[in-house]
Design a protein around this ligand. Structure first.
Ligand code: PLP
Length: 447
């Protein structure tokens, strides 16, 4: 690693911040700092510009440093920096909700609840699901069905519904949950796009319903494509089957599209729209504001909203949903989201992502059956490469390869034995060429 990676901070100055999801001691003895970001590139503390294949953390879909967003945020801060969202409104929040329904929501989801993150969106969706069934006179429907290898954030709902054991085992569950199998099947290795085999894995939901009884199950929650678990794609027909079973048994279906929404899958705004399956609730965040200001949104069916609003005994005085955040629909976040929606529309970024998904697929599959590689997957502007574990102590092959790539101007994200990528949707062929040249060399360097 080159010098000056601490951006001039002394070892003492690195101590006070307890960094999230980080091996703090290791980082602080060998810091890696970003100091700038523009377009497809991040700047490291030593001045090197590196291609960001992860859009930050799956969020900067329109590329870094968008002036339109900065201007909107700055204007909003001076116009109205904050507004209390409990029993008061501000026009931009309503305008944004309408805009999201029009530009982003899959057909049929036309109500929006604002949060500040994906984790809060997941907490909110699970609370809505539980109260919905109480209002329907089915208070026993409290359990959730999630999936092995799922990531739903870090608040209590996300912890309970996490299928990534390390994220759960230190805390224990809060919500009652069962877990469907994940859909990563060896027979689908090296699939291009959605894999052919495994739609029948959804039938496992019937077994769970058999054990639990649908009268105890509030909702099934899945990432339509799991991101943090290693870009695990749904087999063709799998999500349709989940939808059918949920409908048959009166169970809500929640899609957690915190990663997959806002153009990531190419051509459409959401994975739900792309595969033609509408959930009852959909959680999102990240690309909503291009990562510039924290914000999340839960989209839901009007029937759910109406059930809450029409069930209130005291509609003139009492809130029908005792839930909300000080920063729900924060004016500055709304301004950032509105500017982001303008960019997505004006630059036709979802269509661009759809177009670039083809050369992206071609490039990533040049790695098929490469050195130590077990599987290569892609969908939209998403990609994953799985490596055989080396079976020794020390960093995984994926981590070693990521370090070499960083030295050579490309950041890729290790996730267990995989490398995962989700570049900004503004990507062009020249970036794809550089990314895969650097990656191929790095892969061939590691034993
Ligand atoms: N849900 C999914 C599918 C995610 O991928 C993430 C974050 O990566 C979250 C929820 C949590 O979002 P946040 O980190 O904004 O709380």
């Amino acid at each position: 690693m080159s010098n000056n990676q601490a951006a001039g901070l002394s070892p003492e100055e690195l101590q006070a911040w307890w960094m999230p999801f980080t091996a703090n001691a290791a980082f602080k003895s060998n810091p890696r700092m970003y100091t700038g970001a523009e377009g497809m590139y991040l700047t490291m503390a030593d001045g090197r510009k590196i291609i960001d294949t992860n859009a930050g953390l799956w969020c900067c879909n329109a590329g870094h440093g968008r002036k339109e967003i900065a201007d909107a945020v700055s204007k909003q801060l001076l116009e109205m920096d904050y507004a209390n969202p409990f029993s008061y409104g501000h026009p931009l929040a309503f305008q944004l909700a309408n805009r999201l329904v029009e530009q982003i929501a899959p057909e049929g989801l036309n109500r929006v609840f604002f949060t500040n993150s994906g984790s809060e969106a997941v907490d909110t969706a699970t609370k809505i699901a539980r109260q919905y069934w109480r209002l329907k006179g089915e208070a026993s429907k409290t359990c959730f069905i999630a999936r092995v290898k799922a990531y739903h954030g870090v608040n209590w709902a996300g912890v309970s519904l996490s299928g990534l054991t390390p994220n759960r085992k230190a805390f224990g569950p809060a919500l009652e949950a069962d877990f469907l199998r994940h859909t990563l099947l060896p027979e689908n290795a090296y699939s291009r796009g959605l894999p052919d085999n495994g739609a029948d894995l959804a039938d496992e939901l019937n077994d769970m319903i058999g054990m639990r009884d649908a009268s105890n199950i509030a909702a099934v929650i899945v990432e339509p494509m799991s991101g943090a678990g290693g870009i695990i794609l749904p087999p063709k027909g799998y999500l349709q089957r989940l939808r059918e079973i949920c409908d048959q048994h009166n169970i809500l279906l929640i899609f957690d599209e915190v990663i997959s929404a806002y153009g990531r899958v190419g051509d459409t705004a959401t994975m739900a729209e792309k595969i033609g399956v509408t959930p009852d609730l959909m959680t999102t965040a990240k690309g909503l504001t291009n990562g510039a200001i924290p914000m999340g949104a839960v989209y839901l069916k009007q029937e759910i909203y109406d059930t809450f609003v029409n069930s209130s005994d005291t509609p003139s005085i009492a809130p029908e949903f005792m839930h909300g955040y000080t920063y729900s629909a924060h004016p500055v976040a709304c301004a950032a989201a509105m500017a982001t929606m303008n960019i997505y529309r004006d630059d036709q970024l979802f269509a661009h992502a759809g177009k670039m998904a083809t050369p992206w697929e071609e490039a990533i599959h040049t790695l098929d059956h490469g050195k130590n590689i077990n599987d290569v997957r892609n969908y939209g502007l998403l990609g994953a490469i799985d490596f055989q574990p080396h079976g020794k102590a020390g960093p995984s092959r994926a981590a070693q390869i990521a370090n070499i790539c960083l030295e050579n101007g490309v950041t890729v994200r290790p996730a267990g034995e995989s490398l995962v990528m989700s570049p900004p949707l503004i990507i062009e062929q020249e970036h794809i060429d550089t990314i895969f040249n650097v990656l191929t060399d790095a892969i061939n360097t590691v034993d």
